[in-house]
Ligand binder design. Sequence first.
Ligand code: PLP
Length: 369
Amino acid sequence: MTLLNFSQPMIGEDAIAAMVETMRSGWIASGPRVLAFEQALSASFGDRPTRSLTSATGAMELALLACGIGPGDEVITSTQSFFSTMNMIVKVGARPIFVDCDLITRAIDLAQVEASITTRTRAIVPTHFPGALGDMDALYSLARRYGLRVIEDAALVQGSEWQGRPVGSFGDIATFSFHPNKNMTTIEGGAIVVPDEKTARRVEILRFHGIQRNRDDTRDVALVGGKYNMSDVSAAIGLAQLARLPEFLAHRRKLADRYFEVFPKIDDAVLPPRGLAGQTWNMFCVLLPYERMGTTRQAFRAALLGRGIATGLSYEASHLTTIGKLLGYHSGQFPNAEQIGAHTVSLPLHCGMDVGDVDRVCAEIATLI
Ligand SMILES: Cc1ncc(COP(=O)(O)O)c(C=O)c1O
């Protein structure tokens, strides 16, 4: 029995050839391919300043630092996100202020965002989920009204559009991931899109040790930086992957459409939002009523695994992690995120699958309800 992964990259011969060529070129760390990749990415984000990094986690950290966010500041964010969001806010010394999300779209709850704004609030960090973006107009008008920065965690939604415009091509700051589970990959990698070249320059300094050149070509460090620069090997893979992104997104959409067609009818199941224009499908997450089905999520996932189908968990509620609890949060505060955290399962969805695999997953689920 071959295992159907819940996620896997689609690495073509084009990416492999580009990688080998780079390896042979004599320049494998950051160099010409990184510049070319950044230009191509920038073009895909409406020519906005874009810099590549080693991960979306690093991109979030540098975004917060580039906004000057640190100790004493508050950042409002959805508790439904990957842990990196919470971690990076805490790491720069700020305090994450969690709010809930919509049960179906998982978009950050803007009424709760507004109610959480204090004199210490500096930024809103929404996380976008596959199948729907939140109301970007309402988000940005709220941010403008209160003079807040917005850092969009767009790790999962490269290629998604809001009213015909790709995420990253509008707004304030957006961060992207090229981890192998994402819509395209550079093995590990990420990118940040910022509003102006001055901020992009700050990101460049922060991503490479804080180094700036003096007039006499000696070096100085005036900002504490880190080491987040992408390699040319990754950038070469990224260039090949970016060229195929539309094809990958179309295939993912076909698989998601098939899930909607053949997913077994289960009362109380919560499926992702269906049929919104311009959306992408990095994951297909469903919430199932395990108790009523006479099982637990763990047993359900184990049963599927026993039939050769791997699933994922995206995501536990951040405020219920040990860090979240140390920050003073407790269960019962954010019911939608808590329900998602307790019930979500990510079903297989990647470009190595075809619709027959979706049919198989759904047929096996039908035998377990
Ligand atoms: C929503 C979200 N944000 C950020 C990240 C972090 O991405 P990376 O692994 O590139 O740091 C992930 C990774 O899964 C994610 O799902």
